[in-house]
Design a protein around this ligand. Structure first.
Ligand code: PDD
Length: 278
């Protein structure tokens, strides 16, 4: 792979970052993941807007202009001949002598790489995925897309040890989100229920599009927190993310959701999402 590091295009083995980088020492960094289908960027406007917000929340500035950033995204797709997969972008506060206080003149590290991955064809669309419920022990600013991903990573591993595909995290009696995706359910009346935006969850770009698509398709929705019990008794459940689009969830903590098969509205939303966005 050819990767991007601070203005340079390099073979991945030659891209080196300092051991003093604050991304490495403090997780002082934010990231974005943008899907690519047919060599085209998906939902770029949404991802770049969220990136600007994340970076502002950390008191940093984009190290390149908005125009340059878009050009870098396009260029990395070209250089890697990426047809389907994702672009990972990370901006850290850069290398500085280890100190909890931020450096006065940070030199941010901007990194982009691609990952080829089949997104449209996903075997889990047919079977649905299973999730295990685990406590949400992340920090309280989950609206910022930081690289503090140790807990989500541990939660996913614990879920997998229980035989599930992923975790749904629970806080104060309500589901927050999956380890790296937004959680949604559909009640027995066919209404989509999803947690409202707050600092408790990442403001999913796919979530926003799916709500627009639901509205257009005449599928009613309500933004409110839902409990694990409500989720287990729902007609359908699904997740959304840049690299999963809409993916049905058919088992929660070992219990089938609805008839235990991917739900018709979840599958319809997936189809509409693909038709609208790719
Ligand atoms: N994760 N919630 C969390 C905690 C996430 O990490 C993600 C995305 C989402 C979905 O957001 P979006 O629809 O904008 O992709 C929700 C990315 C894909 C990742 O970490 O790989």
């Amino acid at each position: 792979r050819t990767v991007y590091l601070n203005g340079e295009w390099l073979p991945e083995a030659d891209a080196k970052v300092s051991i003093f980088d604050r991304g490495f020492l403090f997780a002082d960094a934010i990231y974005e993941v943008t899907g690519v289908i047919g060599g085209k960027l998906l939902e770029y406007a949404g991802h770049s807007a969220r990136l600007k917000r994340s970076i502002a929340e950390l008191g940093m500035e984009l190290p390149v202009s908005a125009e340059e950033l878009l050009e870098i995204h396009r260029e990395i797709v070209r250089r890697n001949d990426l047809k389907e997969g994702l672009i990972y972008l990370q901006i850290s506060r850069g290398a500085a002598d280890r100190d909890f206080a931020f450096p006065k003149e940070p030199k941010p590290t901007l990194v982009l790489f691609t990952q080829a991955k089949s997104v449209i064809e996903n075997p889990k669309v047919k079977t649905g995925m299973s999730v295990a419920l685990l406590p949400d022990w992340r920090w309280e600013r989950r609206d910022i897309k930081t690289v503090q991903l140790l807990y989500p990573s541990m939660a996913k591993m614990q879920a997998m040890e229980k035989g599930a595909d992923d975790a749904w995290l629970v806080e104060d009696g309500f589901v927050t989100e999956a380890s790296s995706a937004t959680a949604h359910i559909i009640d027995k009346a066919g209404k989509l229920i999803t947690r409202p935006l707050s600092n408790a969850i990442l403001h999913g770009i796919t979530r926003a599009s799916v709500l627009d698509i639901a509205e257009e398709a005449g599928i009613p929705y309500e933004e409110r927190p839902f409990s694990p019990e409500e989720a287990k008794n729902a007609a359908e459940a699904f997740i959304t993310s840049a690299t999963n689009f809409v993916l049905p969830v058919t088992v929660i903590d070992g219990q089938p959701v609805g008839d235990g098969k991917p739900g018709p509205l979840s599958l319809k939303l997936r189809e509409l999402y693909i038709a609208h966005k790719t």
